[in-house]
Structure formats: structure tokens, C-alpha cells
Write a protein that binds this ligand. Structure first.
Ligand code: B12
Length: 300
């Protein structure tokens, strides 16, 4: 089948009606279709979505539960988008970023975003699992370091480019500072955090990877943020993370800012971390920051 076109059977599964009902709606003109030279009906996803909009179809009823593992059966991108099959979409994103084509990877994310997959779901449910697969394959030698680097750079570029097309909430005056602790080079997660905050009306200052703690403290003093978002995944030691977070917390408490720490933090460390919040996901972060009061800040 031509990519992007759905069969009568696929549409009937989505709308949970018989194929004969789909044919009747098509003949009535309620649902647009394309006739192939062989006389078969094919449907564009956009037309199915328009139909659902027009007839107030309950889309939530159509969602299929996310699968635990990556889908073994290749499905069309359109079908995966419509059914919000995050497992299949992660697999597609994984393949795209490993090819190393930045433009295609951006176009893929943009396609999902344009089809109502939220930026939060893009990060938590598509980017993160794709990278978990990369990390797992790298650790057992199925992927080379060069492939992991190519995929990371391709994904990072496409995530940054996507930010240019994301619709933003108006600025509400909140200021956020985002960066990684010293010797931390995993910066895709904190880039996602920065972009989500930017889309949610925060003015963000992005400090990137591997920031010496003294410089982080200086930045807090200069920008007087409401929230400081810190990422740590592979620290030298737990002691090192605690020392750095203690120094940051000392400064954030003076200016009444919240210290938010994320990344791959083991449970034992979570208990000791001097953080105001340790979100388990981007979705969790958004709920937390939306609950914060924003007071007017005066820059030093
Ligand atoms: C890409 C990658 C790299 C790249 C990073 C490139 C870059 N520009 O960022 C490079 C090649 C640099 C790298 C290096 C290393 N890596 Co690496 N890497 C990964 C990989 C494959 C993906 C990480 C990623 O970007 N994921 C995508 C992002 C979006 O997900 P995320 O980081 O989890 O972030 C999400 C949340 O955690 C959260 N989040 C993250 N930060 C924050 C902060 C806040 C405030 C909030 C609210 C939320 C939040 O939001 C994100 C979206 O939900 C992981 C595998 C995996 N399972 O994740 C291994 C992995 C993290 N790396 C690992 C290792 C061992 C290393 C190295 C030590 C390898 C080596 N021997 O050199 C070095 C360490 C470098 C360093 N000191 O930082 C291990 C870590 C195991 C561990 N916990 O000890 C992993 C798990 C791989 C594995 N299976 O073993 N790595």
C-alpha cells in the first residue's frame, strides 16, 4: 500500500465499526476516500481525522494500549500516529536517528507534533525509549560508539530544530536555569527540559553540559531564576553529586528558587538529594512547575 493510505479494514478497526459501515459513510460522502485504479477504496489519515472531528468521534476510545516492547510488526507511520502506538513510533524514531539524517529526523518529529502528539509525549514516550534501546544495544556491543554518537547528535539537532515550530504559551514571567552538573555530558534530557519550559511560558537560560558548580552558582546569582533544573546521569560518585547539589541548594534557598534535579538518579541517591523536586518524567516536571507561584524577579 502507498505509505500514508489506509485500507477500509484499517479505518473500520480505528472507528470500531464494520467495513460495510465505512463503505456506507463513504458512499454518503461523509468520509472522503480515494479509489485506486483497481477500484479499491483507500483513505488518507487526514480525511479520517477530519471525519472524526466533524462527527465528534471519541478519539480516546480508539487508542491501543502501549506495548511493553518494541513492536515486531511494522505498521504505517500514519496508523501508528492515529492510534498513538508509542512503541511503534519509538521504533520509527530509533531507525530514523540511526540513519543520521538530521532533516528527516526533524521532519519525523514535526509530523508527529503536527498530528497532535504533544511535546511531552514526544520526549517521554518516544525519544526516551528509543535511546534506552540504543543504550541497551550499545552496552551489549550490538551498536558501535560511532552509531550511538551519530544518533545522539542527529536527535539533539532535530529536537532543537523542532523548537522553532512549537507553539508557545505566552510568557508568564517565570525564569528557569537549566544545565548539567560538572562532568555530565548527557545533555539531551536537559535540552528537552529546557524546550518544554520554553514552550510553557518560561524564560529559559540554557547552560548545557559539564558546568563547574561555581559557574552554576554564579549563573543563579546573575539570572535570579525561579527554578534551577539540573541533570545528572553518570556522576563520578554520589558524594560528588551531593556536594554540587548542596552548593546549588544553598544559593537557591537564598533567592527562594526551587532546585529540581533529574536524569538517571538511583533511588538511594534520591533519598539524600537536597532537591525540592526530583521528577520522574517531563510530564511530572510540567505538573510540578505549573503549581509554583511566580513572583516578580529583579536581576542583580
Ligand atoms: C546518548 C548517550 C550518551 C552520549 C550523550 C550525548 C549527548 N550529547 O547528550 C555520550 C556518548 C556522550 C555518552 C557518554 C557516556 N555514557 Co551514555 N548514554 C547515552 C544514552 C544512549 C542515551 C541518553 C539520552 O540522551 N537519552 C534521551 C534523553 C531524552 O533521556 P534522559 O537523558 O533519560 O532524559 C529524560 C529524563 O531522564 C528527564 N531528565 C533528564 N535530565 C533531567 C533534568 C531535570 C531537571 C528533569 C526534570 C528531568 C530530566 O527528562 C528526559 C525526558 O524524559 C544512554 C542510554 C539510556 N538508557 O538512556 C546511555 C547511558 C546513560 N550512558 C551510560 C554510560 C555508562 C556512559 C559513559 C560512562 C560511557 C563511557 N564509558 O564513556 C559516558 C559518560 C559521559 C559523561 N560523563 O557524561 C550508561 C549509564 C549507566 C549508569 N547509570 O551508570 C547508559 C544508561 C548506557 C547503558 N545502557 O549502560 N552517553
Amino acid at each position: 500500500m502507498k505509505p500514508g493510505l489506509l485500507s477500509t479494514n484499517e479505518v473500520s478497526n480505528m472507528l470500531k465499526v464494520n467495513e460495510s459501515t465505512i463503505k456506507r459513510w463513504t458512499e454518503k460522502g461523509s468520509l472522503r476516500c480515494i479509489k485506486t485504479p483497481g477500484g479499491h477504496r483507500k483513505y488518507k489519515m487526514k480525511d479520517v481525522v477530519d471525519f472524526m472531528d466533524t462527527f465528534s468521534y471519541d478519539v480516546t476510545d480508539l487508542l491501543v494500549p502501549a506495548k511493553e516492547n518494541f513492536s515486531k510488526v511494522p505498521v504505517s507511520t500514519d496508523y501508528a500516529i492515529l492510534t498513538k502506538d508509542f512503541s511503534a513510533l519509538s521504533e520509527l524514531f530509533y531507525n530514523t536517528m540511526l540513519e543520521g539524517n538530521r532533516e528527516n529526523t526533524f521532519q519525523f518529529l514535526n509530523l508527529l507534533y503536527s498530528n497532535r502528539i504533544s511535546q511531552i509525549d514526544l520526549f517521554d514516550k518516544i525519544v526516551v525509549p528509543s535511546f534506552q534501546k540504543i543504550g541497551m544495544q550499545w552496552s551489549v556491543g550490538q551498536l558501535g560508539i560511532e552509531q550511538e554518537h551519530l544518533a545522539s547528535n542527529t536527535a539533539l539537532h532535530s529536537i532543537l530544530k523542532l523548537q522553532d515550530v512549537i507553539s508557545r504559551r505566552p510568557k508568564h514571567g517565570g525564569i528557569a536555569l537549566c544545565g548539567c552538573l560538572e562532568e555530565e555530558y548527557h545533555e539531551i534530557g536537559i535540552t528537552c527540559v529546557n524546550n518544554i519550559l520554553d514552550a510553557n511560558g518560561w524564560t529559559t537560560y540554557y547552560l548545557g553540559a559539564n558546568l563547574p558548580v561555581e559557574s552554576f552558582v554564579d549563573a543563579i546569582e546573575s539570572y535570579v531564576p525561579h527554578i534551577v533544573c539540573v541533570s545528572t546521569t553518570t556522576p563520578k560518585s554520589q558524594k560528588h553529586v551531593l556536594q554540587q547539589c548542596n552548593a546549588l541548594r544553598e544559593t537557591t534557598s537564598i533567592i527562594n528558587a526551587k532546585l529540581i534535579v533529574g536524569g538517571g538518579i538511583p533511588d538511594v541517591l534520591k533519598k539524600k538529594l537536597p532537591a525540592d523536586h526530583i521528577p520522574s518524567s517531563i510530564a511530572d516536571l510540567v505538573i510540578y512547575v505549573n503549581s509554583l507561584p511566580i513572583t516578580k524577579r529583579v536581576h542583580a
